[in-house]
Design a protein around this ligand. Structure first.
Ligand SMILES: [Zn+2]
Length: 319
């Protein structure tokens, strides 16, 4: 961890530097919240902060970076991402007539030889001493990203942000006694206010009102939105607008801009505030309580089956 800069807005900070800033971000903080959205668990947050649980696969992160770049900073894409083709290592392959012929391997490549030939990770194909390229896309991913971007750009709200504001903008502020940080997909400031834009991917089958509504709840997007709104408000002294761009990832490509409901923002604020104060108490005392701290109730908690399961059998066995 490195010292976090003073409260403010910071542009053009490499992700690796931002990640090292000693401050809390909302994705980390949410590791302290359990499934039902009401159970605070500092032991789990500690396990995340210590690197014991919850790391996204490098493929997921890489795809996310590439998609964000293509949607928000398309002019940088060709500088930052290599489109890797299929592995060109020649292999002996049996032909229908039983003869053998040398053909390119054809697996999706992840590496490149010193002279620029794409290679997969198979033994003998992977170039000696090669490190996996950090920023690459396969031709299939490139096509997926292109179609996702096309669907998103049909919306005037998305087109309107292309040439304005900054991408991957970092914000630092003190909230409820804790140094907090955020990295905003897009941050636009103008004379009439400020906008935060958060890009999310979703299974296209779930990109309908109910589906997005459930996605907000199950991924705590409302808590993140409230945190982003408040950290920007803490720095600017005025409340920004907030927009999600939900992008379907996969066949049936579609996208939609959504604004959060005020009630969800209020509840989201309540949740992150509680998490911050639990975190403050944990760091001050050195105690990181789990979901059910010993001695917090006067005996074991009485717990029933879910309401739907109980009502199903009510007519048979009574209340
Ligand atoms: Zn290969």
């Amino acid at each position: 961890m490195k010292d976090c800069p003073e409260p403010g807005v910071y542009k053009a900070v490499p992700y690796s530097d931002y990640a090292e800033w000693d401050a809390l971000n909302i994705s980390s903080l949410l590791w302290g919240l359990m499934g039902d959205g009401m159970t605070v668990n500092m032991r789990r947050l500690k396990a995340f902060l210590d690197g014991e649980i919850g790391h996204k696969s490098s493929d997921e992160l890489r795809f996310g970076r590439a998609f964000h770049c293509q949607l928000l900073e398309p002019h940088l894409f060709t500088d930052e991402f290599v489109v890797l083709d299929l592995c060109e290592k020649k292999v002996n392959r049996e032909q229908p007539d039983g003869s053998k012929k040398q053909e390119p391997c054809g697996n999706a490549a992840k590496y490149m030889t010193a002279d620029g030939s794409p290679r997969c990770g198979l033994k003998g194909h992977k170039p000696p001493k090669a490190e996996e390229l950090e920023d690459y896309v396969t031709p299939a991913e490139r096509e997926m990203i292109r179609r996702m971007r096309e669907a998103a750009n049909e919306h005037p709200e998305v087109r309107a942000i292309h040439n304005r504001g900054g991408s991957e903008v970092c914000v630092v502020a003190d909230m409820h006694g804790q140094r907090c940080k955020a990295r905003l997909d897009k941050f636009v400031r103008s004379r009439d206010g400020a906008w935060i834009v958060d890009i999310k991917t979703i299974d296209p089958k779930k990109l309908h009102r109910d589906g997005w509504s459930k996605a907000i709840d199950s991924h705590n997007y409302h808590v993140k939105a409230a945190f982003y709104i408040d950290i920007v408000a803490a720095v600017l002294g005025r409340r920004p607008e907030f927009l999600w761009v939900a992008c379907g990832k996969g066949e049936g490509f579609d996208a939609a801009p959504f604004a959060p409901h005020p009630t969800d923002i209020l509840q989201g604020r309540g949740i992150y505030t509680e998490l911050l104060s639990a975190y403050g108490a944990a760091t001050a005392t050195g105690k990181w309580p789990g979901a059910f701290p010993a001695g917090s109730t006067g005996g074991p908690e009485v717990i029933a089956r879910p309401a739907y399961a109980i009502s199903r059998l009510k007519t048979l066995y009574g209340a």
